[in-house]
Design a protein around this ligand. Structure first.
Ligand code: HEC
Length: 199
């Protein structure tokens, strides 16, 4: 009983926005599996291509690559996924295409609070509606690793060529000044509820 209450706690926090979570354990497990698969697919696509750009011309080349390709690769992954949709979202976004909606922002703040307490959960599942259809949203936190600071760190310590490209391509860039371990944003996977049915 106590465990059930603890599991429900995060849903009470958001219940003012979304109706209370009514998923069965099996549906939740499926949401986690489908969500993780979509996240892995996007992550692999971005990593492989970033790695190739880095090899070719270091960070200045890679920054050009990210700016040109990150959204296109995300769209490619979504075409392959067909019904499930995956994207990256951040409260301090670099590309306005990754701007959070009001609910995304609540989840990001929820993750940030838990991280402060040293209890960052591996994911968060919410229910919502999109285009009149019921969907389940799987959120996975994205944290900053030392490597990320080459393009998301303290501008004073960054390669000037990288900064130049960033300023040119993202005049309203909010994604600088992070430290290792910070919450950078979330992966957001939207799953139509009927995908969670068994069989
Ligand atoms: C070579 C430079 C570079 C490196 C290294 C890099 N990023 Fe980025 N990152 C970018 C660029 C450029 C964008 C904007 C892409 C776009 O226009 O869609 C971006 C966007 C993002 C976004 C999407 C949200 C937003 O702000 O638009 C997240 C999340 C993110 N990066 C996390 C990370 C993490 C975590 C790492 C380390 C594992 C990392 N990045 C390493 C350049 C980089």
């Amino acid at each position: 009983m106590r465990r059930a209450l603890l599991l429900l706690l995060p849903f009470f926090v958001f219940s003012c926005v979304h109706r209370q979570n009514s998923l069965t354990e099996t549906e939740k497990e499926r949401a986690v599996k489908i969500g993780n698969e979509a996240v892995m697919k996007l992550m692999k696509e971005l990593k492989t291509n970033l790695g190739m750009a880095l090899k070719e011309g270091g960070f200045p080349k890679a920054i050009d690559f990210c700016a040109d390709k990150a959204q296109k690769l995300t769209q490619k992954v979504n075409r392959e996924l067909v019904v499930v949709k995956v994207k990256r979202v951040s409260d301090r976004y670099r590309n306005p295409a990754d701007r959070p909606d009001a609910f995304d922002l609540k989840v990001i703040n929820y993750f940030r609070e838990r991280l402060k307490e040293g209890k960052l959960p591996p994911y968060y599942i919410a229910e919502s509606k999109e285009g009149g259809k019921r969907v389940v949203i799987y959120y996975k936190p994205i944290r900053v690793a030392p490597f990320c600071l080459n393009c998301h760190g303290d501008p004073k310590r960054m390669n000037p060529e990288v900064l130049r490209v960033l300023r040119e391509k993202y005049p309203d860039d909010r994604a600088l000044g992070y430290k290792p371990g910070d919450l950078r944003g979330v992966f957001k996977v939207v799953i139509p509820e009927k995908e969670l049915e068994e069989g």
